[in-house]
Design a protein around this ligand. Structure first.
Ligand code: SAM
Ligand code: SF4
Length: 329
């Protein structure tokens, strides 16, 4: 690791140092809030960036101040030999932090391998602690036990471990206290995420959104919560903790409060488009330039000039936006 370059800034002066890379649009789950049960039209293989191409993008953007990376998807762990990509990224000068977002299904088996390759941290999606309910929400029975997955990550040294819970009214909101309790004895950071009504949410509506203020009130019913600094990382969560607890409770509130003013990130889709905002259509294709051997820095700068001040999610309705799995959520 070397002295990092000063991060590039967008047209509003926000320093952009964090890249979320979708390594695949495919997934072994079909979460109710993310994709329809039959899946989505997957990208053809030839359109997906190879590991060498992804590393090529990062190698060109790291000198512009990009230093933190998150691998996401789709489900990144289903792409074969993800550890090969992790090792390639870890070797790039200026890259300081590599994290992974996963549904946790493969973590017990792969956490050590990923850690050895250079992965630092994981976020695990955990929408229920009850086996039957996990199957109902994920629409797949792959034997996931989120607590065992989190333990495997902790044991492998992939901390701070964050557990992301999308709260769905009438579906898993009765588990808010159970998730909150996990933070008392475990050094885990449970983050309750407000449902974003994007993509084709056939079985969900805006009525399933549980505002984070309500989530905190329900978690606070089992003990007094204090606002705390949180585990660090790149995200927009606001954190709280029970006195003496080893972990924290975070809320991520895309619906009730936006955090666009401090946005530090851009996204690379599996087919090589640089997206400057999760919502909307602000993208610059990098893949063809990369394959033609052209420099990416001018395209990156142009993309940052077009990064919008804030997203327009609240003005949009269900169905008007692509699923997070397609844009590297
Ligand atoms: N498959 C991995 C996982 O589930 O963690 C990584 C990709 S997934 C798209 C990334 C995150 O997006 C997960 O934490 C998931 O819960 C969240 N997500 C997906 N669709 C969402 C929605 N409609 N509203 C809120 N969060 C969503
Ligand atoms: Fe797959 Fe993650 Fe989307 Fe669930 S949230 S369907 S695990 S990509």
């Amino acid at each position: 690791m070397s002295d990092a370059a000063a991060p590039a800034r967008d047209q509003f002066g926000r320093a952009i140092e964090y890249l979320r890379i979708s390594v695949t649009d495919r997934c072994n789950f079909r979460c109710l809030y993310c994709m329809p049960s039959e899946g989505l039209p997957w990208l053809p293989r030839a359109e997906i960036l190879s590991y060498e191409e992804i590393a090529g993008v990062v190698a060109q953007l790291a000198p512009l101040g990009l230093r933190r990376i998150r691998l996401t998807g789709g489900e990144p762990t289903i792409r074969p030999q993800l550890e090969r990509l992790i090792a390639m990224l870890a070797a790039i000068e200026g890259v300081e932090d590599i994290a992974l977002s996963t549904n946790g299904v493969r973590l017990e088996e792969r956490a050590d391998v990923y850690r050895a390759a250079g992965l630092r941290r994981v976020n695990i999606s955990a929408d229920s602690l009850r086996a039957e309910r996990i199957v109902k929400i994920a629409r797949r029975d792959l034997g996931l036990d989120p607590v065992r997955a989190a333990r495997a990550a902790s044991d492998a040294g992939l901390g701070p471990v964050k557990l992301n819970v999308v709260v769905l009214r009438g579906i898993n909101d009765d588990e808010i206290a159970d998730f909150a309790r996990l933070t008392i004895d475990n050094p885990w950071h449970v983050r309750f995420i407000e449902l974003m009504p994007v993509g084709e949410l056939r079985e969900l509506t805006w009525d399933h959104v549980v505002p984070s203020d309500e989530v905190l009130a329900r978690a606070g019913a089992i003990g007094r919560l204090e606002a705390v600094a949180g585990p660090g990382g790149n995200g927009p969560a606001a954190y709280h903790a029970f006195a003496g607890a080893r972990g924290t409770i975070g809320v991520i509130t895309p619906m009730s409060h936006t955090y666009c003013a401090s946005c530090n990130r851009v996204r690379l889709t599996a087919d090589g488009r640089l997206r400057t905002c999760l919502f909307g259509d602000h993208e610059v294709p990098l893949r063809d330039a990369l394959r033609a051997g052209e420099p990416l820095a001018p395209l990156f700068r142009r993309a940052l000039e077009g990064k919008p001040r804030e997203h327009a999610l609240l003005q949009m309705r269900v169905g008007g936006l692509r699923a997070l799995s397609q844009v590297g959520g």
